[in-house]
Design a protein around this ligand. Structure first.
Ligand code: SF4
Length: 476
């Protein structure tokens, strides 16, 4: 999927406690998670002043590497902190929306929170909170957590968290600091990922294992759906405050596209899972061809799998310019108008006169695919067989992935034949939903959300879903 396709990532979170280098570790963690959001980032650390904790933060628009100077990190004192990289799925691009959010409570002192995901009942909760006097300072759904925590009449933070989890619906992976403790919380379906790591005596939380790797922390385990882990300098406690749903529903797009291929999910390598998607695709939709090529970079593992399974050699037929930037995570249409040519260039010597299989990881609106096929034809390919390593996307996401309206989703509007003709390809095929499940089997294929392919939403959605015809939406 190339930038213009606009299937946007959500956010990334990190947290650490008990580290002499907390700010540095958070910085590195966010650096590793940069692919999950490049619009803004924030780091908050807490310095222990013996009688109270003093939060310090550094927030900026743009990427971590562009904005963090050594002096800024040195000011972030303390051995515990959290961080966030943001893509604005909810709330728009405003400086005040940059997380972590810090708020002060009478009972628990300063509390910091960072959220990945999207609450499906945020507007209902926000309205009711505002009617009872809460004043919101951001336009994010994440702030709802803060007000619900603050309004709770329970005395212990653990009980407050439980009460909040009873009220919110949808997707959330949270890192929270309160009173010398780091909390990691995952919604009961586990839509968004959160992993636990350890480095020496420090505990670390992160959206993906690649963040642990860069910091040098050892992967301990995933935070379970519905679990709250409470980390202190002396150890870890875990509790499940609300009843577990019948099934887990981790976002299937994490292994397909969002997570880095060097991360792991359910103890499986994302890279290997993507290769399996390519292998299953080759079995489901074989074609006679001279070479396989990937739409770089995200289509590469699937193309390797397709090539190895089919025996058709893999070639580098499209070269990506990595210095253009991943503009697709910018939510403003005007900035997406970079041409595909700016990002991709065909290798004519590889393509001339060849029958090629092009592998992309997913197709959202199809506008980029049309340009890629045209580019390959112009470079001399004699046949173009377009293959997609995931099923047709027919429904929007309400769990933290910024998706276009259903009427802009190519597969929701056109038949496969129409899509093939629109792309200008000779043949076209997607991986089936069953094929995706087969590929994900080592990582427990039943524990995923497939709603954007099937319209079967794991949990009732409380916000309006105007673009989805009601007969196509089901709540499993
Ligand atoms: S609807 Fe799609 S993108 Fe959203 S959580 Fe489910 S699988 Fe992921």
């Amino acid at each position: 999927m190339l930038d213009e396709e606009t299937w946007n990532e959500e956010c990334g979170v990190v947290g650490i406690i008990g580290s002499n280098d907390a700010a540095q570790a958070l910085y590195l963690g966010l650096y590793a998670l940069q692919h999950r959001g490049q619009e803004a980032f924030g780091i908050t650390t807490f310095e222990d002043k013996e009688t109270y904790l003093e939060p310090r933060d550094h927030k900026a628009l743009g990427t971590v590497s562009d904005s963090v100077q050594e002096e800024a990190l040195q000011k972030l004192k303390g051995d515990l902190g959290i961080g966030h990289v943001r893509y604005s799925t909810q709330g728009g691009q405003l400086v005040q929306n940059i997380q972590p959010f810090i708020f002060r409570t009478p009972h628990h002192g300063p509390v910091a929170i960072a959220h990945n995901g999207n609450l499906t009942n945020a507007s209902i909760l926000r309205k009711s909170l505002e009617e009872s006097g809460s004043i919101f300072t951001t336009t994010t759904d994440s702030e709802v957590f803060i007000h619900l925590l603050a309004k709770s009449r329970k005395s212990r933070l653990r009980e407050r968290i439980s009460q909040v989890m009873e009220q919110v619906r949808g997707a959330y992976a949270l890192t929270i600091i309160a009173k010398d403790r780091l909390y990691g919380i995952r919604d009961p379906y586990g839509f968004r990922p959160l992993v636990l790591g350890k480095k020496d005596s420090a505990w670390m939380l992160a959206s993906e294992t690649c963040a642990l790797d860069l910091v040098g922390a050892e992967f301990v385990r995933e935070v379970e759906p519905g679990e709250v882990v409470r980390l202190s300098r002396s150890g870890i406690e875990s509790f499940f405050p609300i009843p577990k749903p019948e099934r887990k529903a981790a976002c299937a797009f994490e292994p397909i596209y969002f997570s880095r291929p060097d991360s792991r999910i359910a103890n499986e390598s994302i890279y290997e899972l993507r290769k399996r998607m390519g292998e299953v695709l080759a079995k489901e939709s074989p074609v006679e061809a001279d070479l396989v090529l990937a739409v770089p970079d995200s289509g590469v593992p699937m193309a390797i799998g397709y090539s190895q399974s089919s025996g058709i050699p893999l070639e580098l037929g499209l070269v990506r310019n990595h210095y253009v930037g991943r503009t697709f995570i910018d939510p403003y249409q005007s900035k997406r108008d970079f041409g595909v040519k700016l990002k991709l260039n065909p290798v004519k010597s590889v393509l001339k006169g060849k029958r090629i299989v092009v592998i992309d990881d997913s197709v959202v609106r199809g506008t980029t695919c049309v340009k890629i096929v045209q580019m390959l034809r112009n470079a001399g390919a004699s046949e173009i067989h377009f293959r997609v390593g995931s099923p047709p996307i027919t429904h929007s996401c309400y769990y933290g992935v910024s998706t276009p309206d259903r009427k802009k989703l190519l597969a929701a509007q056109k038949t496969l034949k129409e899509i093939c003709s629109m792309l200008g390809a000779d043949t076209m095929a997607y991986l089936s939903v069953d094929g995706l499940k087969e590929a994900l089997q080592p990582a427990g294929s039943e524990g995923y959300c497939y709603a954007c392919f099937t319209g079967r939403y794991p949990e009732k959605i409380f916000c309006e879903i105007p673009e989805q015809p009601t007969d196509s939406v089901k709540f499993a």
